[in-house]
Design a protein around this ligand. Structure first.
Ligand code: DLL
Length: 433
């Protein structure tokens, strides 16, 4: 198995412990000296960088939150002078002000290093043609993957999003072996290709998908792999930690987080207390080497668990399980917590319906009400009402079993729900809270 940077990827755990401790302590000093907000927060918590005497002491440091970035818009959390910045990215977010992130030259270098390791770990190298179909521009996906792919010596095809027929033509003509995009965009590309009479697996050289930027399920992976004849890998990151940074390795089981780059914890989102490996909770990231925008104990808002076992690939870097959703996209339907990813999981187990669905949440009186609209597969579509009602009952039954709450189901015609080029928007929340 090839590694991009064996020195770090195979570093013994004991050395990684020492390295993380030193880097975390340096980070605490950096923030204490250069971040007025975090300085104040440390004083309030009664902790000084000198108090960090072991790796475990990192837990004494106060949390950072997404709202800190918004409250200090645009650059109140930056710890370098403007002249040191070589790039900005901006994340639109769903509510309020966007978040602005900045990078020094070294920050970009480390981001690219992280991706070079990740792309190598999924089996890509010089000789591969990587089609980057994440958006280029303010979003971190396009440029992030672009430089990562160039660093490993692969050939980049920077198609960005949109103009899907042309994406398919170029993929064929230039022999793309890998594509990086959101899983929902790959579904769309696959459908458009089929309309053009092309099956991506059979008629192109495509072998690998680097898919992320939104939650997706194991069922979706299976579907994509079987339908398109490729291996699909999960990639994770957020603009606040740089952008897309970490992927699964060839084992396809959990995303490796490089310990020399980030220290991760999983906490109970209510109490803030640490949770043991294997338990799901809110991910907390401490970025150990970032210069422009150092994030320390950053509550990223995503829900995952740290896997307990060592990875057969031999890298002593912890893995996180697939992200199931965000603390803030959890829907509470009549007191029960529901994640859109559970719905995807359940629907993909039913052969009559497809992967295209939409969730409409509304409030009737004091009660939350959820409607799941799902496309029936062309093969299962029928003009007999009785057939459709049978499918509808099966879907409703399966969803109730998975979610523990009854939801309404509406079947819609194949191809009638929106398709997405970037992140999908599956939830329509009509509640006025
Ligand atoms: O989405 C960075 C990225 C680009 C990741 C390309 C992967 C590939 P943001 O726009 O800041 O950055 O959005 C970050 O997207 O907090 C998660 O909620 C979600 N997310 C990202 N990757 C995954 C994934 C980019 N693999 C937010 N699974 C994160 C589930 C993901 N959710």
């Amino acid at each position: 198995m090839s590694m991009w940077n064996p020195r770090f990827e195979r570093m013994p755990a004991i050395d990684l412990d020492r390295l993380q401790y030193r880097l975390a302590k340096t980070l605490a000093y950096r923030l204490y000296a250069f971040s007025p907000i975090y300085h104040a927060r440390m004083r309030e918590a009664g902790v000084h960088p000198d108090d960090i005497r072991s790796l475990a002491d990192v837990k004494k440091l106060p949390f950072m939150y997404k709202r800190d970035l918004r409250d200090t818009y645009p650059d109140g959390l930056f710890t370098v002078p403007r002249e040191e910045l070589v790039r900005y990215h901006v994340s639109s977010g769903t509510t309020g002000k966007p978040t602005v992130v900045g990078y020094t030259e070294r920050d970009l270098d480390l981001w690219t290093e992280s991706l070079a390791r990740a792309l190598t770990s999924v089996g890509l190298s010089r000789g591969d043609v990587i089609q980057v179909s994440y958006g280029y521009g303010l979003f971190t996906g396009g440029l992030g993957l672009h430089y990562g792919a160039e660093r490993i010596g692969a050939t980049v095809l920077p198609t960005s999003v949109g103009n899907t027929e042309r994406q398919v033509e170029l993929m064929q003509d230039l022999g793309a072996t890998a594509i990086a995009c959101t899983p929902s965009y790959l579904l769309h590309i696959g459908e458009v290709a089929e309309k053009m009479g092309i099956n991506l697996g059979r008629d192109t050289g495509l072998r690998t998908g680097i898919l992320g930027a939104e939650p997706w399920s194991e069922q979706m992976r299976r579907h994509i792999q079987e339908w398109l004849g490729i291996r699909a890998f999960d990639i994770y990151g957020t603009s606040e930690i740089s952008g897309p940074m970490f992927t699964e390795c060839a084992e396809q089981h959990g995303i490796h987080i490089w310990r020399d780059i980030a220290l991760i914890e999983v906490i109970d989102p209510e109490s803030g207390e640490p949770l043991p490996p294997g338990e799901r909770g809110e991910l907390v990231f401490t970025m150990l080497q970032k210069e422009a925008l150092p994030m320390c104990r950053y509550r990223i808002g995503d829900i995952a668990a740290i896997l307990d076992e060592d990875c057969p690939c031999g890298r002593p870097h912890p893995r996180i399980e697939r992200i199931t959703g965000r603390v803030d996209d959890m829907l509470i339907i009549r007191g029960i917590n529901v994640f859109p990813s559970q719905i995807e999981h359940a629907l993909l187990e039913l052969p009559e319906v497809g992967e295209h669905f939409q969730i409409v949440v509304d409030r009737k009186g004091a009660l939350d009400d959820m409607l799941v609209r799902v496309e029936v597969k062309r093969e299962a579509f029928s003009d007999k009402i009785a057939d459709l009602m049978h499918i509808q009952r099966r879907v409703a039954h399966r969803l109730k079993n998975t979610l523990n709450v009854a939801v309404d189901v509406e079947l819609v015609e194949p191809g009638s729900l929106p398709r997405f080029e970037g992140k999908s928007k599956r939830v329509i929340d009509k509640r006025v809270l």
